[in-house]
Design a protein around this ligand. Structure first.
Ligand SMILES: NC(=O)c1ccc[n+]([C@@H]2O[C@H](COP(=O)([O-])OP(=O)(O)OC[C@H]3O[C@@H](n4cnc5c(N)ncnc54)[C@H](OP(=O)(O)O)[C@@H]3O)[C@@H](O)[C@H]2O)c1
Length: 269
């Protein structure tokens, strides 16, 4: 279940400047049709520029941005999203996420920023809305504020070494699509015997298998790379179909090994 979000997206953290535009353009030429940026990444302009250079119609490229903690404050969210749209060079993005439920300066009232986010959607600044790094308690609280079926996705860390299954199941029960960030565990899936064995059987790399697992389970992945060969290799993971035995073997490799855990993180499930 992806709620209309293209399942194979391209992450843009670190893809700034000329090298970033080159990587983004190569990703679009390879076939990616979903770019994941954020106000805090400094890559919103690069996404717009790569999109323009690609010559693709606007309807074919799905653009996501994320609202920073400071911009989540009342009176700032809508203005900041207008600025993001201007920076990217579009009238509206396809998806806007609240980047973290807890801002670096302390917790913000959820009803305040979610109401603003819903208003941004109503006024046409974003087609879909969602959240990122929300826990089960957070998505339950969000649903009491917005009502059911308002959040398109929750984006959080997920890869074979951190399957985050309780949260994945909770999202499914609320019909919220799962977007897996760090889907390659930043390269740490290499050398894991269960993943390597499946990779050999498919003449694939362990990184491709890491992506294929979440894709076969029906989730969205947003890997990134600055290397054309890897950008293409990651895209080709979308063609790999894993058997239920292979999926079970890789599921057993879960180590609950989290890599993104800043000081403002919520109490993870
Ligand atoms: N919502 C959030 O709070 C949040 C947090 C973190 C990330 N994100 C999003 O998720 C995206 C992906 O996360 P990420 O970039 O941190 O992690 P990732 O996609 O899991 O890993 C990227 C790293 O793996 C390497 N890599 C890429 N493809 C490879 C391949 N085929 N073989 C071997 N190594 C490979 C890349 O190096 P090279 O460039 O050298 O290839 C890069 O260092 C980000 O760009 C961002 O859009 C969101």
């Amino acid at each position: 279940m992806t709620n209309g979000i293209p399942p194979l997206g391209f992450g843009t953290f670190g893809r700034s400047g000329t090298a970033g535009i080159d990587a983004l353009l190569f990703a679009l030429e390879t076939g990616y049709r979903h770019l994941d940026t954020a106000q805090s990444y400094g890559t919103e302009w690069e996404c717009g520029e790569a999109f323009r250079r690609s010559g693709l119609p606007r309807s074919e490229v799905f653009l996501t941005t994320k609202i920073t903690g400071d911009n989540s404050r009342k009176g700032k969210l809508i203005e900041s999203l207008q600025r993001s749209n201007e920076t990217i060079g579009v009238d509206a993005v396809d998806l806007t996420l609240i980047h973290w439920p807890v801002s670096p300066g302390g917790r913000l009232p959820m009803d305040e920023y979610l109401s603003e986010l819903a208003k941004a959607q109503d006024t046409g600044l974003t087609r879909l809305i969602g959240v990122s790094n929300f826990t089960i308690a957070d998505i339950e609280e969000a649903e009491t504020i917005l009502g059911p079926d308002c959040l398109a996705t929750n984006q959080f860390e997920r890869h074979p070494l951190l399957r985050n299954q309780k949260l994945v199941d909770a999202c499914a029960s609320h019909r919220i699509a799962v977007t897996c960030y760090l889907p390659l565990a930043r390269g740490r899936c290499a050398g894991i015997p269960a993943i390597e064995a499946v990779a050999r059987a498919h003449d694939a790399t362990p990184h491709q298998i890491a992506l294929a697992v979440s894709l076969c389970e029906g989730h969205i992945v947003i890997p990134t790379s600055g290397e054309p060969a890897r950008i293409a290799q990651n895209y080709a993971a979308g063609d790999i179909t894993l058997s239920s035995d292979e999926l079970d073997a890789i599921r057993a490799a879960d180590r609950n090994e989290r890599q993104i855990n800043p000081i403002w993180s919520p109490a993870w499930d």
